[in-house]
Design a protein around this ligand. Structure first.
Ligand SMILES: Nc1ncnc2c1ncn2[C@@H]1O[C@H](COP(=O)(O)OP(=O)(O)O)[C@@H](O)[C@H]1O
Ligand SMILES: [Mg+2]
Length: 327
């Protein structure tokens, strides 16, 4: 059994995570740690060899030092929220198909369903999850308890209507911090290249939980008058988050034009203007009935209609996202 303590600021410090961080970062020589954290080299070696464990006091001291070496970083993952406070703008469709495309090109992908409607989970074949995101956020589950392997390289943390309990609890009980998901992800052992979070279509506390864990956002936008409302709403929330936490500002990875029909007047009237003002992905997702049908049948578009325009577009989007990954 690994030891786990909770600090005054609600940070969870997990011994397993500390050990794997020390093993992975062997530039942190034991002599250096002895000096900085005041723990004997012999003890550190014995713990790493599995012969002893760290006490609560050791963990607190080590954590204070390791924080400066990035133990809080969510490993090497790029965490991206797919957000827009409007519903029906392909947030779930994009999370599903972009995530699947990246997984099938060899990237390790974790998808997190943060919408109580659970559409993403249903599209991945999980209708009534046994364990779900809720348990990670307001119960003492660990990531290993709630994640489900969908296929090679593709893992899901599912949700259902029970996720509403999280909103209710967080509104009543202010001691659950908005950083709860970030903290849980920081304790995860498995390395993912990309973590995508599918957000609900409103500005509940769940959005803040997602955004605190994210480094960037994708904002899907359907060309038209209402697009600006969704975009402005998303930008307001991002500004608000960045004012609260300015050290690690949340970026817009890109606005994604969805349901694109370049010959239509509405497209011509809005898309050039959005492109002139915002960071917009080069790839656009065309209007495609195959995509609508695939979602209706709770499938990804690559299995349902591999030759469709939408399948090609989501593959192109995956390539574009990979080209943006900083290293
Ligand atoms: N490019 C597209 N062409 C046609 N229909 C689309 C396209 N993108 C999404 N849809 C449809 O729009 C609807 C809403 O998509 P969804 O991903 O559930 O939105 P959100 O998660 O933002 O609420 C779904 O029926 C989906 O199939
Ligand atoms: Mg959705």
């Amino acid at each position: 059994m690994y030891n786990c303590i909770e600090l005054k600021d609600n940070t969870m410090v997990n011994e397993k995570r500390i050990i794997s961080f020390l093993k992975k970062n062997d530039f942190l020589k034991h002599s250096k740690l002895e000096q900085m954290a005041g723990l004997s080299q012999g003890l550190i070696s014995a713990v790493l060899a599995g012969r002893k464990s760290f006490s609560d006091a050791h963990l607190e001291k080590l954590y204070a030092v390791l924080k400066n070496f990035g133990i809080d970083n969510i490993l090497n993952s790029t965490v991206i929220s797919v957000m827009n406070n409007k519903g029906g703008v392909a947030k779930t469709t994009t999370t599903l198909n972009l995530g699947t495309a990246l997984a099938r090109s060899g990237k390790k992908v974790l998808l997190i369903d943060l919408d109580p409607q659970g559409n993403l989970s249903q599209c991945l074949g999980i209708d009534e999850p046994v364990r779900e995101l809720k348990s990670l956020l307001i119960e003492d589950a660990e990531l290993g308890d709630v994640k489900l392997k969908i296929e090679d390289n593709l893992t899901l943390i599912p949700s259902s209507i029970k996720l509403d309990e999280v909103t209710i609890r967080m509104n009543q009980d202010r001691t659950i911090p908005n950083s709860v998901l970030r903290q849980k992800l920081a304790q995860e052992e498995e390395e993912f290249d990309y973590i995508f979070i599918d957000l609900p279509p409103n500005l509940s506390v769940l959005n803040y939980v997602a955004l605190e864990a994210s480094e960037s956002v994708i904002i899907p936008v359907e060309p038209g008058k209402l697009a600006y409302n969704g975009l402005d709403g998303a930008k307001l929330v991002i500004d608000q988050i960045n004012r609260m936490n300015s050290s690690n500002p949340l970026q817009i990875l890109g606005v994604l034009i969805i349901k694109a029909a370049p010959n239509e007047k509405i497209y011509k009237g809005y898309v050039p203007a959005i492109r002139a003002e915002e960071v917009v992905f080069k790839t656009e997702i065309p209007v495609d009935a195959h995509l609508k049908q695939s979602i209706e049948l709770t499938q990804n578009v690559f299995d349902y209609a591999p030759k469709s325009k939408a399948a090609k577009a989501y593959k192109d989007l995956a390539k574009e996202v990979m080209s943006l990954k900083k290293n």
